[in-house]
Design a protein around this ligand. Sequence first.
Ligand code: B12
Ligand code: SF4
Length: 436
Amino acid sequence: MYNNIVLVMPNFNWRVDFDIQKDPPMGLLYIGAVLEKYGYDVSIIDANAENLSISQVVDRIVEKKATFVGISANYSPLNNLAQDLSMKIKKANPNIIIGIGGNHATASDEFMLKNCNGNIDFILRGQGEKVFPSLLDALNHNIDLSLVKGISYIKENQIILNQDAEHIENLDDLPLPAYHLIKMNLYDRYNLVSSRGCPFKCNYCASSVICKKVFYRSPENIVSEIELLVNTYGKKFFWFSDDTFTSNIKHTNKLLDIMIEKKLNIEWSCLTRVNKTNIEILEKMKKAGCKYVSYGVESGDIEMIEKMNKNITLKEVKDALEITKKAGLDMYTFFLIGYPGETMSSVIKSFDLIRETKPTGASFSVVIPLPGTSLWKYLVENNFIDFEKIEWDYLFAKSGKNKYESYSARLASSWCNLTQEELICLCEEGQKITEV
Ligand code: B12
Ligand code: SF4
């Protein structure tokens, strides 16, 4: 019987010196909560937060007598780590079943299975809360695997891709994340996922790999999670990690009203789009404890914005930054550099926009190709990249220490009009504009 489940978030820092913020692994916490609801015995190993080596993770899995291990490959830089971990777990105990899930795994299922030497039993695509229990149920009750939606696996040397599982329509049906399964004192802030998915389709973004539509939790459900966190683990900074926090202003308004009415008195931030905001909502956000808003601007050159299918105008950028300042909120902006078509003059336009609008901060990252995106498809079709040749360990947009990974700049230099050195220097230069 597969009753003893261990979920693992691999350690991002183990291979490269990428000093990444420690955030609770929300995907695994939701899956853990659902599996517990179904009666499974669940543990979560956040190797990233605990800074564990691969062999330490394997030892813990063996110690816990796991029968099924679910590994997160939510991010492409985890591709090789997830493969290595699977190999070492199978070596320690070949009877343990291994399933990999997350954004990267969902978009790269065939590639991962092809390269796993039989160490991965299943790729669980899409939302794990749906697929994981169905797979366990099938394994435990000898149900035909072809009936399990959302899994990919190898059968008689053939890769089988079952049909997709449906989205979770009502997010309120999910239990709250199983925070009790991790060491909450290891995290500096709380992440809240108030909605899933994004209504936009930027060419470089992998959001729609997991959710093709947007789904919202009710404001009451979100507030109950805030209360649980504060009452059980104490007050910390909250971060709404939704793709676009204000994608439905009416919904955001209701949530903010309840947060104010309940006098939650918490500090928080969110990410949204410049064309999905207005002064009233920003003022209300300030009243509800928001400290800063982050906007994906990506470029100061409208031609680049259009190439990315970002669907915003420079006027919307300027207006949004002005009203955010007016509402008394700090505002951080994200810029991409090295998208196909990028030139020195398009980058200069981004710098000029920052000097004109004066956001609190502007962060520059080299564009990285992500499986499942339109950018990825374009780059493969035009022979700029190849699934087999990507150096996954180094596929970071930037390091946490402001040292830009030369690999992403090297890749981007092959498809844009800037050299690897120029891309690295321009990222550093852009970053400094708001620092003076
Ligand atoms: C928060 C976040 C972060 C946080 C990480 C917090 C954490 N503890 O993990 C920070 C800021 C550190 C971060 C960093 C990066 N991120 Co990020 N991040 C996100 C964001 C905005 C939300 C993720 C989240 O919590 N979602 C909510 C939970 C509930 O959903 P979920 O994580 O998708 O999990 C579900 C499924 O994926 C699946 N699932 C996930 N894991 C597993 C495991 C198993 C076993 C199973 C069965 C299923 C399963 O089931 C879950 C429940 O439904 C997403 C955007 C997005 N729309 O997903 C980007 C996103 C995941 N990030 C992305 C990227 C690229 C990065 C970076 C590489 C960027 C960089 N700096 O270079 C780094 C890489 C970090 C690393 N691990 O190597 C991409 C990933 C695509 C890809 N192919 O890599 C995304 C999708 C952004 C995008 N729109 O393109 N990120
Ligand atoms: S708005 Fe943000 S989350 Fe939505 S598709 Fe564009 S980059 Fe992705």
